[in-house]
Every structure is written in C-alpha cells, then in structure tokens.
Write a protein that binds this ligand. Structure first.
Ligand code: ADP
Ligand code: ZN
Ligand code: ZN
Length: 602
C-alpha cells in the first residue's frame, strides 16, 4: 500500500498522511501534485509533499486520497524550497504558506468550470527599441558580464533615466535564452503603462499579469499559464513572487523601495526580499530598480566594510534628450502668514500655470478633509476607539474614519466629552485643500486624486485620462499620483505638510518622505516643458531638503544610514514588531511582556 504525505491549509506545523488509491501509483514526479482529500467532515485541496515508506498513524485510521488532479502539472521543486524558506523565515505553517499562495480557484474543491480560454495581454502597436545611451550601455554590459548564476543588481536612476528600457533589454536576452521572466511592480493599477510597453516589445511572449484585482478565473488561468510555461513573462504585484515558473531566468523588481511589496496581514512577507532569496536559490540574476532605493538595498550595494552584496549600477541622466530635472526650491514659510496653508510663491506659481494653460499639482499626503476633529472648549480630539490613531474627518460622506484600522463613525453633533457644539476640523487634508483652491481659483478645473476619489481601477483610469487630456488645471493629490505616470502639461508641483515626516515617531518616515518628494518631483516637466517644484517648509535648512534640491539621493541615503548606525537602527540591527490583540488590555500586555523577556532559561 502506498502512502502520500499531504500539505493542507491548516494552521498546524505538520502534514497529513493518506492512502494512495490502487489506481493511482505515484512516483517522485508526482511530488507537488494537487490532490483532493477528506479532512474532518469535508474535502480539501492539498499538495503532495512526500511519498513516505510508512506512516506513524495506524493504517486502519488513514483515509484515502479522493482524487489526484492530474491535469495540473506538479509544482516544481524550487517552488517548494521557496515555500519552505518563507515558512521558516516568516514563522508560518508550511501547509498554510503553500496553499495560501495558490490562486483561490485552485484551492476550491469544486472549481467552477473554466469557460474562456487563455488571454494574454494584448500588444499595443509594436515599439522600436531606442538606441541606448552611454550610461544604459555601461549598465547593461555590467549585467551581461557576469549574469551566469545569482547576482543582485541595484539599478539606481531618477525617473525617466531609462531603467525600464534596461529591464526590457534584459527580458529580451532572457527570452532568447529560453527562460521565463518575472517582473514585480508595486501596484498594478498604477502601472498599466508598463504592461502595454512590455506587451508592445514582446508581442508573442505570452505576457500575463498576476494581481489581486483579477477575477478568480483570470488569476487561476494566468497562474497555470506560468506553471505550464506558456506564459514567458509574468508581470505582477507582490503576490506574483509565488508564481511557479519552471524556466525562471530573470527577476526584475521595479520601484523596489515601495512599501506595497510588504504584505501586512496573513503571512507577513517582503516580496522584494523573497525575490532575492528566490534568485539566489535558482542561481539567476535579479535587478532591483528605483530612483530612491530602500536604505536596506542601498546599504547592501554600498557598504564598504564588507564585500557589497549587491552590484550598484547608476543612471545619472534622463534618457530623453533635452529633458532636464525639475528645479526644486524650498519655500521658508516661517516669515509668512500663509493663506489657507498656501504660500504666496505657490499661489503665484499656480496662477502662472493657469494663464499659460499648464497644470499644477498640489501634493499633500493626507486624504480626507482634516486629520482630526477637535473641541474648542475642552480640547477633546477625535481618537479612534479601536487603535491609537486619530479619526480623520471626511466631509463629503460625513464620516470620521480611521486610516489606520478602518474604524468608522458618523460625525458627532457635539463634543462627546463636554457637550460643546463648536467642534472644528483641525489641520488640512486633500478634501479641504480642494475646496480652498476652488475658492481661490474659481475659474480653474480642479481634480482631486487620492484613495477616496480613485477607489477602483476604473475610477483611477478615468481620472488619469482626464489629466492626460488636459481636462484639469489643478490637481490635488496624495502619493498615489506620484507613481508611474507622464503628464505632459504638468509643470508645477507644490508640496504641503512635508515637515510632519521629519519628526515622526516612525524612524522610516524621512526615507519615505524623500522617496515621495523625489517621485512627485519626477512628475514635473517630463516632456519638453521645464518643471518646477516648491516645497513649503519651516525647516529649509534640513539636510533632507538640501539633498532634494540637489537631486542627490546618495547624499541623503548616506547621511540617513549614518544616523541609523549611530542610533542602532536597521539595517544595522534587527527589529521585530510584536502585536497583540485581546478583549482585555492586561492579557495583551502580559503576553507582550513575556515575549519581550524571550525564551526562559534555566
Ligand atoms: P525609467 O524607467 O527610469 O523611468 P524609462 O525607461 O521609462 O525610464 O525611460 C523614460 C523615457 O525615455 C521613456 O519614454 C523611454 O521610452 C525613453 N527612453 C529610454 N531610453 C531611451 C534611449 N536610450 N533613447 C531615447 N529615449 C529613451
Ligand atoms: Zn469638549
Ligand atoms: Zn483605528
């Protein structure tokens, strides 16, 4: 009698043994195959992980596999090692890791009948590759030289410096060698441009995308196309890092610093870190690209005390001739009385753009109307009942909303503490900024772009289309607007409220601020019109802004890393955050205290 050990999606650090039906003699090539097995009262989908000689469970108590799903190829061995690594590194049960990374359509016991056939991303009109710049050639040559085997490259270059073009050349090389390519991007709805660019360059490579906005059926189809090798290029968000790719030959992580590569619930993982592990494990090159690399990656590429773990490649110039970096200026707001939070210089700048028929973007990374509601009498402020954050005032739908945990409530008519009816919005969010600007520039067409106005991909695309076609004069936006788009008429960016990040309790806040400001600055003047960026600040001498004015990421990164090293912060130390939830505060605190004390010795 043959026994199969099966991984199941249960929160236990163990597998389960089943009897293999006589009709299904299994061999080692069946490791990684999906099976349907009975579990408790129901059936479940599992994965064969071992074919053991015997079981610790008495045979009489073993149940039989119900079906071996032979129409799906077995998952490849390196996919197993990837899962094992994640389970160990991120402290998650192996079965859960394996099954939770499968598309939902395959985890279902009775999957709906597939009706449509595979659809690959439609190629737009084919695009002639440009002649490479000298810098691009140097970078490519560096990768070509030793791309046999694992090597991690950090490709650092400002927006528009031609990083994507380098990815495309590498993809071309990989495809020609008969290998598959995995490209990770932060958020798929912000990067349809990349999708069509890749499809235009490689019309017959079977490009599929993998992200959470696909229908279950489409995701299952695309995932299978990857596993079966029909898709030669997979473009996806963080979850795509787990796609099985039997011929994988290259991984590209674009905007590698982006926080959305981190999964924040279920198994917490960093897709960028998993990608580096995967490349090493497969012995293939990986390219991490960014205008503002994460400080972890920067340290890996520049640390001179140990042999650098990553190879640093830099593009200093923009790829398109005559396209210059925007002029970045600090506006010292201390000597001035701001008008609804706006400086005279910024107002004048917007005015000029209006008369010239160009676009301005006012960047404020805080959505809603005001960050908090406050009582003018007793000082009450709208705290979240469920966590430590403040409730943000959203005037349009008249709600208080926690941007941290999602808690919502109606706006109180009076102060819950003292009954005073005069409770006021305090501070400024994008909604309030929008109405202020509408008052000041009644003739202007104003468009707000944040997570509230662009909830779905469709809404987002409509907004982008409006901006692109020039159907807006002033954009009010959060960092959402900063990513991956060329707006030819956008020539002015004003940044408000940036200072908050300089003194935030989150020690990563300055790093994030620098990346965001670089990114919004990169939006200004990408086409033939020169761009200008105005940063309102009370700390114009802060080194972060000084580096920004110079477009000098390296100077900023090196000074931040020095600070981190002196203060004992990552990447020079390790930090783990433990979070406890309980109906009783005391239980949560007791647990955390025990955890902090660590394993008991003696
Ligand atoms: P990044 O990914 O660094 O933002 P891209 O690769 O998207 O940069 O390049 C920015 C723009 O420059 C794109 O429009 C691209 O087509 C163009 N471009 C890239 N490389 C070259 C080149 N060597 N010659 C001319 N144009 C180029
Ligand atoms: Zn009050
Ligand atoms: Zn909350």
């Amino acid at each position: 009698m043959q026994i199969a050990r099966v991984a199941l999606d249960v929160p236990l650090h163990r597998f389960f043994d089943y009897i293999v039906p006589e009709t299904e003699a299994l061999s080692d090539s069946d490791l990684g195959r999906l099976v349907r097995v009975p579990f408790g009262q129901k059936s479940r989908i599992g994965i064969i992980v071992v074919l053991p000689q015997s079981s610790d469970v008495p045979v009489a108590r073993l149940k039989s596999i119900e079906a071996v799903l032979r129409d799906i190829p077995a998952l490849p061995a390196d996919w197993f090692r990837l899962s094992e690594f994640c389970a160990a590194y991120y402290q998650a049960p192996l079965g859960e890791v394996m099954l939770s990374t499968l598309p939902a359509g395959l985890r279902r016991v009775a999957p709906p009948k597939a009706r449509t056939s595979q659809r690959f991303v439609k190629p737009s009109p084919p695009q002639e590759p440009p002649e490479l710049t000298a810098e691009q050639k140097t970078a490519l040559a560096a990768i070509a030289e030793d791309s046999k085997g694992f090597r991690a490259y950090l490709l650092h270059g400002v927006t528009g410096s031609g990083k994507t073009e380098i990815y495309l050349r590498l993809v071309e090389r990989s495809l020609a060698a008969g290998r598959q390519v995995l490209m990770l991007v932060p958020e798929i709805n912000l990067t349809p441009q990349l999708e069509s660019r890749v499809a235009a360059r490689f019309p017959s490579a079977g490009l599929v995308s993998l992200h959470s906005e696909l229908t279950e059926a489409a995701r299952t189809r695309n995932w299978r196309a990857a596993l079966e090798g029909r898709a030669r290029i997979v473009l996806g968000t963080r979850l795509a890092i787990f796609a099985p790719l039997p011929d994988l030959g290259l991984i590209v992580v674009d905007e590698e610093h982006d926080a959305s590569f981190k999964q924040q619930d279920g198994m917490r993982y960093s897709a960028r870190d998993v990608a580096v592990f995967r490349a090493r494990e497969r012995g293939i090159p990986i390219v991490l690209g960014s205008a503002t690399p994460s400080l972890e990656s920067w340290a890996n590429a520049t640390d001179h005390r140990t042999p650098a773990r990553y190879t640093l490649l830099t593009l200093h110039q923009r790829a398109v001739e005559n396209s210059r970096l925007p002029l970045v200026q600090r506006i010292d707001t201390r000597p001035e009385k701001l008008q609804d939070g706006l400086s005279a210089a910024l107002l004048l700048g917007i005015e000029k753009r209006l008369t010239r028929g160009e676009q301005s973007l006012v960047f404020l990374n805080r959505r809603g109307y005001a960050p908090v509601l406050a009582c003018t009498n007793c000082g009450w402020i709208s705290h979240c009942h469920r966590c430590a954050a403040n409730l943000v005032l959203h005037l349009l739908d008249r709600r208080l909303r926690c941007h941290h945990c999602g808690f919502e409530s109606p706006i109180p008519k009076a102060c819950p503490t003292c009954g005073n009816q005069d409770i006021q919005p305090f501070g400024r969010g994008t909604q309030r900024l929008e109405s202020v600007l509408a008052e000041r520039f009644p003739q202007a067409r104003i468009l707000r772009v944040d997570r509230d106005s662009a909830r779905s991909r469709k809404q987002w695309e409509t907004l982008v289309q409006r901006i692109y076609s020039g159907d807006a004069d002033i954009l009010v936006g959060t960092q959402m607007l900063a990513k991956g788009h060329d707006f030819p008429k956008l020539t002015l960016v004003g940044a408000l409220g940036a200072d908050a990040a300089l003194f935030a309790s989150d020690w990563r806040a300055p790093e994030r601020l620098f990346a965001q400001l670089m990114q919004v600055a990169g939006r200004a003047g990408r086409a033939e019109l020169p761009g200008e960026v105005l940063i309102q600040t009370q700390f114009p001498d802060h080194p972060l802004y000084a580096a920004l004015v110079q477009h000098d990421y390296a100077a900023f990164a090196d000074s931040q890393l020095k600070e981190r090293e002196e203060a004992g912060f990552p990447p020079y130390t390790f930090q783990a955050m433990l979070r406890a939830e309980s109906p009783h505060m005391a239980d949560a605190l007791a647990f955390l205290a025990t955890a902090r004390a660590g394993p008991q010795t003696g």
